[in-house]
Ligand binder design. Structure first.
Ligand code: ADP
Ligand code: MG
Length: 300
């Protein structure tokens, strides 16, 4: 397990990560969401000891990263698909890492197969597409068969087949009991794989919930109601502290009241209901609302 404790990173004129605390649990895929500039990459880099926290700490299975005996067997990561030597082939790249850590050549071949790179293993990385470099980064992350896997925007540059492939790979890793942290600026990319969603905006934690909880807590959900007498119903609902807006001529959008309560109030007042629908926002909408006004357009 990985524990983030009050993790903070301050740059000269910017707090990139602000007092962030959460745990990454084994056997679970955790989606790490936030608009561009939210601080996702900085957090992941701090977990991997690539960026030094200004405050706070990261504990990996009870240890600080620097005290890990051989980190590659504990924690694997895809951080920057462009930080590769373009002159090497993918086989050479992986073999270098493997040799340095006493990992067998068989494991290198196995990971090339697993990531669909076997056919291009002798081509130079400089000729690879972003999607292929992402696959190579994932192969490197898995080389040491680590218990924790950190993937920073791994869906970038993947085509539809690649996205589906990566989704099933990620699910598989969690099934094997591994802790997987996957970042994205798009809810749609992670909602299909993540059980738990952590949302970051302007360096701060704004949500940490299961996917079900996040849609249940949908404060932006509403009731769509059509009735025999909308104006009378509107008055009654308002008296019961509901918030009403109109959707077209004959439809009310009703917030802050339960569907059951609205239905009973209509019945008690002899108003026939023609339609009463619960409208739930998509996770994507919810994510946009959560992070609204918190997008930092200055960063990449
Ligand atoms: P994300 O990965 O969520 O898009 P980042 O962690 O890359 O966000 O960046 C968070 C904020 O910190 C951004 O405003 C970014 O410009 C800033 N930042 C990141 N790295 C540095 C750095 N080395 N120096 C100064 N500011 C940085
Ligand atoms: Mg990033």
């Amino acid at each position: 397990m990985i524990e983030l404790k009050s993790l903070t990173k301050e740059y000269k004129d910017k707090v990139a990560v602000d007092d962030l605390s959460f745990n990454i649990k084994p056997g679970v895929v955790t989606g790490f969401l936030g608009p561009n500039g939210a601080g996702k990459s900085t957090t992941m880099r701090m977990i991997l000891n690539l960026v030094k926290p200004s405050k706070g700490e990261v504990i990996i299975d009870g240890e600080h990263y620097i005290n890990l005996n051989q980190p590659i067997f504990k924690i694997g990561a895809l951080i920057d698909a462009d930080a590769l030597n373009p002159k090497l082939t993918s086989f050479q790249h992986l073999q270098l890492i493997a040799t340095a850590s006493g990992i067998s050549k068989d494991r290198v071949i196995e990971m090339l197969k697993k990531t669909g790179l076997e056919k291009v293993k002798n081509k130079k990385i400089g000729e690879y597409s972003l999607g292929m470099r992402q696959r190579l980064g994932i192969a490197a992350a898995l080389l040491g068969d680590p218990e924790t896997i950190i993937l920073d925007e791994p869906f970038n540059g993947l085509d539809v087949d690649g996205i589906n492939w990566l989704r099933s790979l990620i699910k598989d890793l969690a099934k094997q009991g591994k802790a997987v942290l996957v970042s994205s600026h798009l809810m749609s990319e992670v909602e299909a794989v993540a059980e738990r969603i952590i949302v970051l905006a302007q360096g701060r934690l704004i949500a940490d919930m299961s996917v079900e909880e996040i849609s249940e807590k949908s404060f932006s959900g509403y009731l769509r109601i059509k009735s025999e007498n909308n104006s009378k119903l509107e008055d009654i609902l308002k008296k019961n502290k509901a918030y009403i807006s109109k959707e077209g001529e004959d439809t009310l959008q009703v917030r802050k009241i339960e569907a059951e309560k609205a239905g009973i109030l209509a019945k008690e007042n002899n108003i026939a209901i023609f339609e009463l629908t619960k409208v739930q926002p998509s996770l994507e909408q919810l994510f946009l609302e959560l992070t609204e006004g918190k997008v930092d357009y200055k960063s990449n």
